[in-house]
Ligand binder design. Structure first.
Ligand code: GTP
Ligand code: MG
Length: 342
């Protein structure tokens, strides 16, 4: 993994054009401390209770996970592997920040070709913000899979793709559920030879600054799950009812499918394409909540290594949730069948 350096004009241009306010569409921890960044290069240097308002600069992604486990938000942590830049931060250089979110000097570049698949249904307000953010953190392509959104998200995506050539758009005629949209996106990605395929919601619930963490972990796992239910992960802004539903869904899935995965239903993931290609996508029979459970289960059954990284999931600020009782009931009905049939 390397930082792209200053020589990524196409990727850097987007950063300069977007307004700083855009990043605030996903709330980051408030009340940042403006004193010099704390530079940490080994676990021994980490305080037991790190200040969550401070800016943290670390030299490995593993240290980001550790800071999360100790209560820091990943928005406040920058990974820098370059020795001279680390020294500059030690000497008092302030990391670049937009709002409270620390931004690397250039997006991370990992080996292979990376594609982030973003399903959309009525995400007009969120999509431009997300597409402006992703290239700040990860050098990748994006595929928007729109199911004929009545609010014109599909046409908006087409317009954005003209000025952001790493964005691709797939139009489907009607709302057929998250699972069908993802499967179409996965087939598109496999046909084009991508090495890593990500799942990401359009509603900014998934922090784009966590993309390099998922990418990094994918070198040692076939499926990396951005998990709300491992130490350091959490959900923010959800009603008690919504939290209960998610918790219950996970306990239910764990009871049937095993306790080694903590967040079966998470929708923020990175998959190794070689392992995904070994899964029979035509046999996937679920659409909503249960789709995430089924895909993780199929990875396990195919012998894939699954890793979970803590993430902070933030409820959407804009647009409407598509979660409904039918999606939860589908999971209740279909998860036990997976145990015996897949
Ligand atoms: N293409 C497509 N995208 C969908 C469909 N249903 C939901 N999505 C998208 O899938 C992502 C997740 O949907 P959300 O409505 O946020 O549902 P959720 O994240 O499971 O639940 P909440 O965050 O609690 O609302 C968003 O980007 C949606 O726009 C669908 O039928 N087709
Ligand atoms: Mg959502």
């Amino acid at each position: 993994m390397v930082n792209a350096g200053s020589g990524g004009p196409a990727l850097r241009r987007e950063r300069d054009e977007s307004s700083s306010g855009e990043l605030l569409a996903r709330p980051a921890p408030q009340g940042a401390d403006r004193s010099p960044a704390r530079v940490v290069t080994s676990r021994d240097e980490l305080p037991h209770r790190p200040d969550p308002r401070a800016a943290w600069v670390v030299d490995s992604f593993e240290l980001v996970d550790e800071l999360l486990r100790r209560g820091v938000d990943s928005a406040r942590v920058l990974v820098e592997t370059d020795r001279s830049r680390l020294a500059a931060y030690r000497d008092g250089l302030q990391p670049e920040a937009v709002g409270e979110v620390l931004v690397p000097p250039a997006p991370f570049v990992f080996p292979g070709r990376h594609l982030v698949v973003v399903p959309t249904y009525d995400e007009r307000e969120n999509l431009p913000v997300l597409l402006a953010q992703i290239p700040r953190w990860l050098s990748c392509d994006v595929l928007v899979v729109d199911d004929g959104s009545p609010d014109g998200t599909g046409e908006l995506a087409d317009r954005l793709a003209i000025v952001q050539p790493w964005v691709h758009v797939m139009h489907r005629t009607q709302k057929a559920g998250l699972g069908r949209a993802y499967l179409a996106g996965f087939r598109w990605a496999l046909e084009r030879g991508y090495d890593r395929i990500y799942e990401m919601d359009a509603d900014l619930s998934h922090a784009p600054w966590d993309l390099p963490r998922l990418a990094h972990a994918s070198s040692r796992a076939d499926l990396v799950i951005g998990s709300r239910y491992v130490k350091g992960g959490d959900t923010r802004g959800w009603s008690f009812r919504r939290r209960l539903l998610s918790r219950f869904g996970n306990v239910y899935a764990r009871t049937w499918l095993g306790f080694r995965v903590h967040d079966w239903t998470a929708g923020y993931r990175c998959m190794n394409a070689a392992m995904l290609a070994r899964i029979d996508l035509d046999a996937v029979g679920t659409d909503g909540y249960a789709f995430q459970i089924e895909m993780a289960w199929r990875f396990r059954r195919a012998g894939g290594v699954i890793a979970e990284l803590p993430v902070h999931f933030v409820d959407r600020n804009l647009g409407r949730s598509k979660m409904c009782a039918g999606i939860a009931l589908e999971a209740m009905r279909k998860v036990p069948r997976l145990r015996f049939r897949v």
